[in-house]
Design a protein around this ligand. Sequence first.
Ligand code: ATP
Ligand code: MG
Length: 362
Amino acid sequence: ESQRNVNAKIVLLPGDGIGPEVTEEGRKILVEVAEKFGHKFEFESHPIGGNAIDDFGDPLPEATLNACRNADGILLGAVGGPKWDDPTAKTRPEAGLLKIRKELGLFANLRPITTHEFLLDSSPLRREIVEGTDIFFVRELTGGIYFGDSNLEQNADGSETATSTMVYSTHEIERVVRVAAKAAQGRSGHLTSVDKANVLEASRLWRKVAERVVREEFPDLKYDVVLVDAMAMHLISRPSTFDVVVTGNMFGDILTDEGSMLPGSMGLLPSASLGSDGPGLYEPIHGSAPDIAGLGIANPLATILAAAMLLRHSLNLDDEAKAIEAAVDAVLSAGHRTKDLAKDGEVSLGTIEMGQKVIEAL
Ligand code: ATP
Ligand code: MG
């Protein structure tokens, strides 16, 4: 148990669909942790996404953004849904998320991919391949080809030419590699950097800077580099051999989606987005699941695990984070399932019941 007592302001952004239902279970587990470990967490809830468009005409109202700026950590549910899917609409729920990332300078996206014993039979891969997989992806989030110059030209013959530029500079690479290297120090001490340095200039700089940062600042890490095409293969042939994997925006986008299939369910995966200072943003990787919104059957575990990440990465409360993760493990090991995890005929728990099981296990 940690010796310090922490005061923290946590902003909740429940969002749309099942967002409010799962965020509430995340809040409850944080309240429980505060009580058990002697911390004082203050909560504030603010609108984001589709509901904010309905009420304020803006997916990220100014008051929400200001509250986030003053927070120690932000717990988000999910945004979006069919109600706001009109492609001709002035603004969309997802614009709120993009804006908050940009405004808070959240350049590192953390995505742990952990497998649970009981799910291995639902994995698309054979059990002996996926068993023991525990990868921690760190994806650069605010640079690279998604943010470089982008252009569509009309050619004289009536055809078109499109350009997307991959841009990375020293500073952008250094800071995200440091986040990944620090994460590796707190885990198995193995860091893998993924690039395409045999073809792309931006990747050659990535490789050079990453190697220097690790050599100078983190010499104790086991460090290797892998080309992204090889990584796509390794991820399904030997996923359990990786620890922390750091990569650029587009490669990370693709590899984390590939990786999210390994555990056999996306319903348990959290993610975090961090900046250099200021609060981090924590959320489940699943969406707003409009098909089950309001039914009380959504799986809250990804959000509860996102709350654990908030404690670890924004409040430096590692014991508390581990306690939540152990509680989730215990609940799953005891056979408790929400509908998305239950096999045919198995009894399933609702969102609130599952949250309560975790609190009891904690
Ligand atoms: P988005 O575009 O926001 O990612 P999506 O429709 O692509 O949304 P999800 O909202 O994640 O993806 O939903 C995909 C499927 O997974 C749906 O059938 C949904 O009901 C289910 N699902 C997603 N999250 C959960 C959850 N926490 N508990 C139970 N089922 C879920
Ligand atoms: Mg989607």
